[in-house]
Design a protein around this ligand. Structure first.
Ligand code: CP3
Length: 376
């Protein structure tokens, strides 16, 4: 497929690249011309680039083996192990990018906060952050605290060659939601109450999480990440008016913190159909769309010039190959409405997914025989 008349936007200019360290994969030529980075810049490479959120993780037997006996956050902060786990799905599935194996609460851990990740539950805080006094105790994080992350990224990109590494951070709202609730929740009521009841305390907390996200992203970019994604997984619980007033300015600052590098920035959340234009305005180069909204409708809401990422329904990974194939072909077709399309799921890979299905899906998206011959 050729580019339909649009030209890549003003990312990755020489001025930008000069801000990256000399050996950075985008400068030394490895990743700048990869299908993934080209598509993120608004180009249409010959094949659709694809990666999966949560491609590293419990769906892979080699992951379960590597993680045996090591707690999640300890694994994230052990550079050799984090690099190995990051590389596993690239080796197995032939995806077009690696996503850094870490977690949205890793920056809280390196800041010295009492946080753990409990299997089946997710992040759990020793105590919630709800009052101005509690929020005032949040520390300035020393730069050296990010060293294990830089080291893991360096080890990973060394082995990835021309396949880009995508770095990420949790967006200020999603991370703050865990901090205010003290753990996972369904409706995120505690942070949504706080922003109205005590807007100053909310702003102080979201300001801290925004600065922390910006520094986590910068550490990954400087160590070799060629793109980044800001995960605002729970932003869909917000009405647009609250998103724009209490959340968007903070997400915008997290994204702006790394704008000068010129590295593509993806902005993703779930249940965010109504928020997509605001999420783009926050400073995204690519907008991630969850499985609830068709990509042609997302392109209509955002305008056709916005590169889109998404949005195969993770539920269909286990619905039988014919159903999945038909759905994936439909997603590719709806993605034509946008200037460019990075194929992904509409949320993470479920833990019980058969990895062989993911490999077969990558082959299909890369234009294997099944794409043109649906009778197979
Ligand atoms: O492959 C990848 O996508 C890379 C790594 C990654 C992880 N977490 C690893 C992980 C990424 C990008 C994240 C981000 C993350 N973490 C988000 C945003 C993305 C999303 O899914 O919406 C959120 C909300 C979290 C918080 C979190 N951490 C949850 C909800 C869980 C799952 C809890 C469970 O056991 O079901 C975690 C733990 C976690 N993070 C695992 C992995 C591989 C599972 C750990 C394990 O193996 O037990």
């Amino acid at each position: 497929m050729t580019n339909s008349g649009s030209s890549p936007r003003a990312l990755l200019t020489d001025d930008h690249l000069a801000l990256l360290p000399e050996g950075h994969p985008l400068r030394s030529g490895g990743t700048a011309d990869s299908p993934m980075i080209r598509a993120m810049r608004g180009d249409r490479p010959e094949t659709h680039p694809v990666w999966f959120m949560r491609q590293a993780g419990r769906s892979l037997p080699e992951y379960r083996e590597a993680r045996e006996g090591t707690r999640m956050l300890e694994a994230c902060l052990t550079p050799e192990l984090a690099a190995e786990i990051t590389l596993q799905p690239v080796r197995r599935h032939g995806v077009d990018a690696a996503i850094f194996f870490s977690d949205i609460v890793v920056p809280l851990k390196v800041a010295g906060l009492d946080v753990d990740i409990v299997p089946g539950k997710g992040p759990v805080m020793g105590a919630p952050y709800r009052t101005a006094e509690q929020i005032a105790t949040l520390p300035e994080i020393p730069d050296a605290a990010f060293d294990p992350i830089r080291e893991a990224v360096r080890l990973t990109v060394e082995q990835l060659g021309s396949t880009p590494l995508i770095g990420f951070a949790g967006a200020p709202f999603t991370v703050a939601a865990y901090m205010v609730e003290g753990g996972a929740s369904r409706d995120h009521l505690a942070p949504r109450i706080m922003m109205h009841r005590d807007p100053q305390a909310w702003d102080a907390l979201a300001d801290w999480t925004a600065r922390t996200a910006g520094r986590f992203l910068a550490a990954q970019i400087e160590a070799g990440a060629s793109a980044v994604q800001l995960f605002d997984s729970w932003a869909g619980s917000l009405p647009e008016r609250d998103y724009r007033r209490y959340v968007m300015p903070h997400s915008a600052r997290a994204l702006a913190a790394v704008e000068h590098y010129g590295v593509p920035r993806v902005h993703f959340g779930t249940g965010t159909g109504e928020l997509l234009p605001a999420m783009k305005e926050a400073g995204a180069d690519v907008v991630g769309v969850d499985y609830r909204l068709d990509l042609d409708e997302a392109a209509r809401r955002l305008g056709p010039d916005t590169p889109l990422q998404g949005n195969i329904d993770p539920a269909l990974l286990d619905a039988g190959w014919d159903v999945l194939r038909e759905h994936a072909v439909d997603v590719l077709s709806k993605g034509e409405a946008a200037v460019s399309h990075i194929v992904n799921l509409g949320h993470g890979v479920p833990a019980g997914t058969d990895p062989a299905v993911l490999t077969r899906l990558v082959d299909l998206i890369h234009g294997g025989r099944e794409l043109n011959d649906p009778g197979r």
